[in-house]
Design a binder for this molecule. Structure first.
Ligand code: PEP
Length: 258
């Protein structure tokens, strides 16, 4: 089954107006690439409008790194799905390990955020659900148990009609921002497990869900990772802040599309 290659940059709490301008200009010079690879950038929310303006003529999407689990109300400093969607976000990361570790994103909160995204039907915003095991959990051979628990709790209420709005990102916690990358075969093993889980639950529509790998993806390891049958692209942190590096990773995903 052919799934469109997808590369998402997660700028985390980094970036600037000059980076918005230089990344948008570099992508504008790659029309062929943008036909074959869906490219999304998730800048900090305050740069979202600038990103959307800079890329308005391009086939490039905007995303955000998180949303609040409530639709509105007294939640100082937070952003609802509706606010970010109206500002131009077409993708929303939910359950990133940094939020699970440091910002109290429990399994229940992640599930509530999933519901916020899916309940919003004004625009078809896509959910990128991040899952992944810690180094300790891998050492104790709990990887698949952890991934299954994260999928089951986050997606318990998902219907098959909502699957076209779902993307999964497998991000081993030990590989995020550490320079350690899962070996392609090691990542593929978990991606195949996720693909089977989705297929068992939803059949062919489950099998069609894009599954991204994230964790220290760089230009020099992207091709080997994206060559794996169940790796449909990448969620890129640090390397998405470097224009040439990010473009080279997108080009590696383009090779997958051919
Ligand atoms: C991430 O934060 O989603 C990520 C994959 O980061 P990095 O590429 O820097 O490991």
């Amino acid at each position: 089954m052919q799934r469109q290659a997808l590369v998402i940059g997660n700028w985390k709490m980094n970036g600037s107006q000059p980076l918005v301008a230089s990344m948008a200009a570099a992508l504008a010079a790659q029309p062929e690439l943008l036909k074959q690879v869906t490219v999304v950038v998730c800048p900090p929310a305050v740069l979202l409008t600038s990103w959307c303006q800079a890329t308005s003529a391009l086939a490039v999407a905007a995303g955000v790194q998180d949303i609040n689990e409530h639709a509105d109300g007294a939640h100082t400093g937070e952003h609802s799905l509706q606010l970010v969607a109206e500002a131009g976000a077409e993708y929303v990361l939910v359950g990133h390990s940094e939020r699970r570790q440091w910002y109290a994103d429990s399994a229940a909160r992640v599930a509530a955020k999933v519901q916020q995204v899916m309940a919003y039907t004004e625009q078809p915003v896509k959910l990128v659900l991040c899952v992944g095991e810690s180094a300790e959990q891998r050492a104790q051979q709990q990887t698949m148990t952890v991934i299954e628990a994260q999928l089951s709790s986050a997606l318990a209420a998902l219907t098959s009609a909502q699957l076209s709005r779902l993307v999964i990102a497998y991000e081993p916690v030990w590989a995020i921002g550490t320079g350690l990358t899962a070996e392609p075969a090691q990542a593929q093993q978990v991606h195949a497990f996720i693909r089977n889980w989705l297929t068992n639950k939803w059949g062919v529509s489950g099998a069609a869900v894009q599954i991204l790998y994230g964790g220290s993806v760089k230009a020099d390891n992207a091709t080997a990772l994206f060559a794996e049958v169940d790796i449909d692209g990448g969620l890129i942190g640090g390397a998405s802040l470097q224009v040439e590096e990010f473009l080279a990773i997108c080009a590696a995903a383009q090779a997958r599309s051919r």
